[in-house]
Design a protein around this ligand. Sequence first.
Ligand code: TXA
Ligand code: MG
Length: 362
Amino acid sequence: MASANDAGYVAQRMPRVLVLDPARPDPAGIDEAVRALREGKIVAFPTETVYGLGARASDARAIDRVFLAKGRPAYHPLIAHVQGEREARAMAASWPPMASLLAGAFWPGPLTVVVDRASNVPAALAGGGPSVAIRAPAHPVAMALLRALGEAVAAPSANRYQGLSPTTAAHVTKELGDAVDLVLDGGPCDAGIESTVVDVRGPAARVLRPGALALAELRRILPQLDAGLPGVAAQDEARASPGMDARHYAPRARLQIAETREAAYAAAGAWQVRGPVGLVVYGAAGGAAPDAPPGVLLRVLPDDPASYARRFYDTLHALDDAGVSCIVVQGVPTGPTGEAWWAIADRLRRAAFQTEGRPPLP
Ligand code: TXA
Ligand code: MG
C-alpha cells in the first residue's frame, strides 16, 4: 500500500474516488459502491457527521478489513448504519421504548443508539461485546447507498486509529490511501463532528459520547438523560467502555489546550522557538483576533459550537498538513452552562491526551 522513497517520504497509492452530487447522487456511482460492498470491498462514504469506512454488516471478513485499514484494535465496536428503525430492530435482541422514541425524533440524523445485539449481527462488528451501536445517517449519499444495498453497513469514521476524523474525501485518501477500495466524494460534511452515542439499555438513557445531536435536543425527548461530560479515562478504565480510549481524535502534532485565549497566544509564542506552531482560537464572526507571533499559524473559528464543530477537524487536518509540531487550542466551555460545547471539549481532551513515550509539555 505504501512505499518509502530514498528521502524516506512515504507515498500512498490513491484509491478510486467517485465524485457525487451530494444532493442528487448519480445512481451509477451508488451502484458501483453497492457492487464493491457485495464483493467484500470496503467503501468510504459521506455522512452528515464525518466520513465513514463501510463494509457490509453481515460480512465478517470485510469487517476485518475495516479494522485492518484503520489499525484499530478488534475490541473497538463499529456503528451499524441502517435506513431506519425497522432495519435497526432486526439487529437488536431487544428494542426498548426509549429507542423508538429517539429513532422517531431524530432519525435519520446524527444519533447512535446502543442496544442489546441480536445473534445474527457478527460479533466482530460489535467488538465481541453483547451490545451493538446503530444509527440511520441523514446524508443523501449514505441514504442512497443503504437503500440500494438493502442491508446494513458497518462503518467507523474513515481515519486511522486514534487519528483525526475525516470531514472531506481528501482527508480520507490522505489517511488511508488505497487501504480503502473506493471513496464516494460527497463534499464536506455538514456537522463536522461525530454522532451523539446514547446507551438505552438501562433504566435511564446515558450519553456515551457527546456529538452532533445537541444534548438539549435529546433532553426534549428524554428529560432524565444522564449526560455528564465524560472525563478522559485511564487506558484500562477506557477499555471497559468500548471505543472510548483516552487518546483519540488526535492530530499528528501534539495538541495543547490553553485555558484562555491569552494563555493560548503565550503558549504558542513559547513553542514557536522550536519550529512552526498552530494556534486555534475562537471569536465572533468578523471580530478581530490579535496577530499571531511570527512562526505561528493562526486559525480563528466561530464562537457558536455548531459552526465551530463544522470546521474543527478540517482546521486540525490543515495544520497537520502544514507540518506544525504543536497545536495550541483555546479551551472551550466544559461547565454546565457550556453543554453545547461538550462534544468539542471531549474531542479536544482526548486529542490532547499524551500517550506514553511522548515528552512532557513544558
Ligand atoms: O458520526 C458517527 O458516528 C460516525 C459516522 C461514520 O457514522 N461514525 C463514528 O464511528 O464515529 P466510530 O467507530 O469512529 O465511533 C464509534 C463510537 C465510539 O465512540 C464507540 O465507543 C461507540 O461508538 N460504540 C460503538 N459501538 C458501541 C457499543 N456496542 N457500545 C458502546 N459504545 C459503542
Ligand atoms: Mg472514530
